[in-house]
Design a protein around this ligand. Structure first.
Ligand SMILES: NC(=O)c1ccc[n+]([C@@H]2O[C@H](COP(=O)([O-])OP(=O)(O)OC[C@H]3O[C@@H](n4cnc5c(N)ncnc54)[C@H](OP(=O)(O)O)[C@@H]3O)[C@@H](O)[C@H]2O)c1
Length: 390
């Protein structure tokens, strides 16, 4: 490491989706990036980063270094010398690592990672007299709030899942610590992030991708069934047209009309860099879409991309389908955790963010972008292709 400078950044979460793309752009802009992370089951951290930089098509040269840490331990589990050296280099710190599971069964793990492990990270901020802390939160830290969600601290105590709850708790702990220690803080809250709007490239295939993958999985089951004598599909009227289109009656019931707030990773990164490179960016920043697609539009995109017809979005009070066919049963099961985000009526205020971006909005989520992203996902088998960064 070369000593603290304006261009030194410590980054956590670089082996994840948002962190990897952030790392790439920071390196391209000439920052000296120190990644704090952990090994995978098969690779040490430096090897993981070299697989990633290869995949990202960047040559970081000497500007990237990696330190294996354990966020649950004092001084990040580092020996004294390495810790002091890290402190001496703590310029800007971006905390992007997080457990992104929504599942209640993972509550302990999520709370340990997202809340309890902040202690050692915040010690580093203070011990290293960091110049600025950037915390990657989520627009959904606002929980079950309604109406206009402002770029202000979370006030609700009611959440859709443990992930939202832990991110709200984390925001509060980080805010208090930074206030007490007079460390400038930016809390950045993206909505749901998909791949690059120009290339389709993505590292993770959850949320929107998971819906498309689930329907493509269901499609293949019933195409096979029809080809093998219609044992399951006959009763429910599933059929294959002469032109190969599958008629798949799939009703998705929701309680209200609304949209899905999606932004591409390139917009997230560009806006994040605006925040980092603008002096005096203390505060909370929403990186969200002000023209998000509704679920019916996404269902149409999905039909067109997968060669199916029959997907319908319907609304009733319970948001439940009382007599689901096997395809609907399977879809509901696979997609249950994402339901709170499918019909969102909230508006995410972006006043503070827009002062930096001159009001440049997130790109409109057109079929062209959808197709590019899904084609990329299919080409790499939803991240399962050999050699894909894990
Ligand atoms: N993706 C989205 O749509 C979205 C939307 C809004 C906000 N966010 C926020 O953006 C940030 C990044 O999300 P993401 O989608 O990039 O997540 P991700 O792909 O799941 O990556 C999570 C990152 O956190 C690291 N991590 C998780 N648990 C850890 C632990 N116990 N110790 C050390 N490192 C740990 C992971 O390391 P390993 O690789 O070693 O597991 C990985 O680098 C998170 O703060 C998330 O809340 C994401």
């Amino acid at each position: 490491m070369q000593g603290k400078s304006e261009r030194s950044i410590i980054l956590t979460g670089a082996t994840g989706f948002l962190g990897a793309f952030l790392m790439s752009s920071l390196l391209e802009r000439g920052y000296q990036v120190t990644v704090l992370g952990r090994p995978s089951k098969t690779m040490r951290l430096p090897e993981r980063l070299s697989v990633l930089t290869h995949w990202l098509n960047i040559d970081p040269g000497e500007r990237l270094s990696a330190i294996e840490v354990d966020f649950s331990k004092k001084h990040l589990g580092l020996d004294n010398k390495v810790y002091l050296n890290l402190c001496a280099n703590a310029g800007k710190i971006i905390h992007c690592a997080s457990d992104t599971s929504f599942a209640e069964r993972n509550r302990n793990r999520v709370v340990n990672t997202n809340v309890n492990s902040l202690l050692s990270l915040l010690d580093l901020v203070v011990d290293g007299r960091a110049e600025h802390l950037y915390y990657v939160s989520t627009a959904y830290a606002c929980g079950k709030c309604e109406g206009i969600c402002m770029e202000t601290p979370v006030t609700t105590r009611s959440f859709n899942n443990v992930y939202e709850e832990s991110k709200a708790q984390a925001e509060e702990i980080i805010r208090r610590s930074c206030e007490a220690n007079e460390v400038p803080l930016s809390i950045v809250r993206p909505s749901i992030v998909y791949g690059d709007s120009k290339t389709g490239k993505s590292l993770k295939f959850n949320a929107l991708y998971y819906a498309v993958k689930s329907i493509s999985f269901i499609r293949d089951i019933f195409i096979n069934d029809i080809r093998q004598g219609r044992r399951r599909s006959g009763k429910w009227g599933f059929s294959l047209d002469d032109d190969g289109l599958l008629y798949l009656p799939l009703k998705i019931y929701l309680t209200n009309r609304g949209s899905v707030n999606l932004i591409p990773i390139d917009y997230f990164v560009a806006t994040f860099l605006d925040i980092i490179e603008h002096p005096g960016t203390n505060g909370i920043y929403h990186i969200t879409s002000d023209n998000p697609p509704d679920i019916s539009t996404l269902a149409e995109y999905c039909e067109r991309f997968l060669g199916v017809r029959g997907i319908q979005v319907l609304w009733n009070q319970s948001g439940k389908n009382t007599n689901p066919n096997p395809a609907e049963e399977l879809f509901n099961k696979l997609f249950e955790q994402y339901r709170p985000y499918l019909s969102d009526n909230r508006i995410f205020d972006q006043s503070r963010t827009q002062t930096l971006t001159q009001g440049a909005p997130a790109p409109l989520f057109t079929y062209d972008i959808f197709e590019k992203c899904m084609a990329y996902a299919v080409a790499c088998d939803w991240g399962n292709i050999r050699g894909f960064p894990k």
